[in-house]
Design a protein around this ligand. Structure first.
Ligand SMILES: Cc1cc2nc3c(=O)[nH]c(=O)nc-3n(C[C@H](O)[C@H](O)[C@H](O)COP(=O)(O)OP(=O)(O)OC[C@H]3O[C@@H](n4cnc5c(N)ncnc54)[C@H](O)[C@@H]3O)c2cc1C
Ligand code: SF4
Ligand code: SF4
Length: 453
């Protein structure tokens, strides 16, 4: 999907080739251009374990009056994007309607603009603020002169003399009942007709496993998704594992990669006859950021700048060639400014009880009053007794052991700016700013050794 769905103007082919080649260059065996028709044929071969990462390849259709007659002028979003990527489709009509409000819809409308669509319109059935697409994808589409109409579910495809002429939409509004459940209720306003030469349906995708026989011991559950263990990614047929969109439905690339890591660990353990639940821990570490008496390895100045937008290539250029990457990336100056906005969430305030002489200097200097030295107590009571009450209960309090006077140090992590002033002020280095490292667990190098006699 990275090649066939994510358009080249967002993910250029060269970048993808480079990434994919890192894997191919590891010397794995590949069988390209091979559609697996039957899972049985794979299971019956001599593989110790099988990983299924076949994605969620079925785009949803919309059965409305006129759908059949509209024929080839109505496209399923993901199929259409693939046909553009493979260059089977090189053009589209001047007037295009995209039905749907997710990221696929955004890719379809922007691709249409590049293939000859002059009046490209996105229509979503529900309110604008409930669109599934990421805000930045919506912004990028709007920047390419693509209007988005909301609260308009499609009613029918209009066909004249066997030709698609457009779509009729109903006007609705979102109404919520006492339990907060939303319904889209017609407003009574006249229907809206929008002309179109082509319509692209981008209303979601489903998993499809027509090639997995249902008598192999791989159980399927709700939505025809395999029944899997969420930690091990193992299916009900022990040697078969699933990951990526094929596992729990459509997500994103980074989730698919994370599933891959976890499934690889399981497969490694499985092939060594070990317990899949005895999973190796990730590597974590904390390293002091202090260099000298008043020097820290990180910059702790707090700036209130808004996020800097990534500069875009000239629209004239990008809209005339679908392969021209839109985002130019930050230059050095802008990149530096953007980096200055970092809140140093990875630099932790680490407290050492035995070093604290309870001078309260850190409490005085903290700009957000998030440190309190007080008597111990139940969490609920403690939260109200802090210098600045800690009312975000989803954020744990950081609490020290009992200090020499019998008090404890309580810190409300929710409002800490990671400015480091407490550590700077502390005369005994009881506070230290330490960078947190996390390295996700990888399957061990043992997986390269021969297994299972
Ligand atoms: C339009 C669109 C835009 C997206 N944009 C983004 C984005 O910007 N960022 C992001 O993170 N995610 C994005 N996603 C989601 C992302 O592409 C997927 O979540 C991700 O690619 C899932 O990876 P996967 O490896 O599980 O499956 P896929 O990438 O779908 O790979 C599955 C592979 O299995 C092959 N296959 C399927 N069935 C068989 C079979 N029977 N035999 C042999 N091979 C088979 C397919 O050909 C394919 O190569 C987007 C998705 C869409 C539809
Ligand atoms: S890092 Fe700054 S905000 Fe956080 S506890 Fe220390 S002084 Fe307070
Ligand atoms: S400044 Fe240091 S020694 Fe003083 S109270 Fe805070 S942590 Fe303890």
């Amino acid at each position: 999907m990275m090649r066939t769905q994510i358009p080249s103007f967002r993910l250029p082919e060269e970048v993808l080739d480079e990434e994919v080649n890192y894997i191919l260059d590891m010397g794995i065996h590949t069988h390209f251009n091979t559609y697996v028709q039957s899972m049985r044929s794979i299971v019956e071969q001599d593989y110790d374990a099988i990983f299924v990462g076949t994605g969620a390849p079925k785009g949803r259709d919309l059965q409305l009056p006129g759908r059949e007659e509209a024929g080839k002028r109505v496209h399923i979003g993901i199929e259409w994007l693939a046909s553009v990527a493979f260059e089977h489709t090189k053009s589209i009509g001047k007037k295009v309607i995209i039905l749907g409000g997710g990221n696929t819809a955004m890719d379809c409308c922007r691709t249409s603009r590049r293939l000859g669509g002059e009046e490209v319109t996105v229509v979503v059935r529900s309110p604008f603020n409930t669109m599934k697409a990421s805000p930045w994808e919506i912004e990028d589409a709007q920047r390419e002169d693509i209007p988005i109409y909301n609260n308009m579910p499609p009613k029918e495809f209009v066909i004249e003399h066997g030709q698609l002429k457009g779509v009729i939409f109903e006007k609705v509004e979102a109404v919520f009942d006492a339990k907060g459940k939303r319904s889209l209720v017609p407003t009574g306003e006249p229907d809206v007709f929008i002309e179109a030469d082509d319509v692209i349906i981008a209303i979601g995708q489903d998993n499809a496993f027509p090639w997995i026989e249902r008598d192999l011991g791989i159980e399927f559950g709700k939505w025809d998704i395999p029944v899997l263990n969420k930690t091990t990614f193992q299916s009900t047929l022990p040697k078969v594992f699933f990951g990526g969109d094929a596992a729990f439905g459509p997500e994103n690339v980074i989730t698919a990669v994370a599933h891959g890591h976890q499934a690889a660990i399981s497969i490694d353990l499985f092939c060594h006859g070990k317990d899949l639940w005895e999973r190796p821990s990730p590597m974590t570490n904390l390293i002091s950021q202090k260099m000298g008496i008043h020097e820290w390895m990180y910059d702790s100045a707090v700036v209130s700048d808004e996020r800097y937008a990534v500069p875009h290539a000239d629209k004239k250029k990008t809209l005339s060639n679908r392969k021209v990457e839109v985002e130019l990336g930050f230059d050095q100056v802008l990149g530096f400014k953007e980096a200055q906005r970092c809140l140093n969430c990875d630099v932790q305030t680490v407290f050492n009880t035995s070093r604290c002489i309870e001078c309260d200097a850190c409490m005085d200097i903290c700009p957000t009053s998030c440190i309190t030295f007080t008597a111990n107590g139940k969490e609920e009571d403690l939260r109200g007794r802090l210098l600045a009450p800690a009312d975000n209960e989803s954020q744990d309090l950081y609490i020290s052991d009992i200090l020499k006077t019998g008090r404890i140090m309580v810190k409300d992590e929710n409002v800490c700016l990671h400015c480091g002033l407490c550590a700077e002020r502390c005369p005994t280095a009881a506070w230290d700013m330490q960078k947190f490292f996390y390295n996700v667990t990888k399957a061990s190098s043992e997986c390269l050794t021969p297994v299972l006699a």
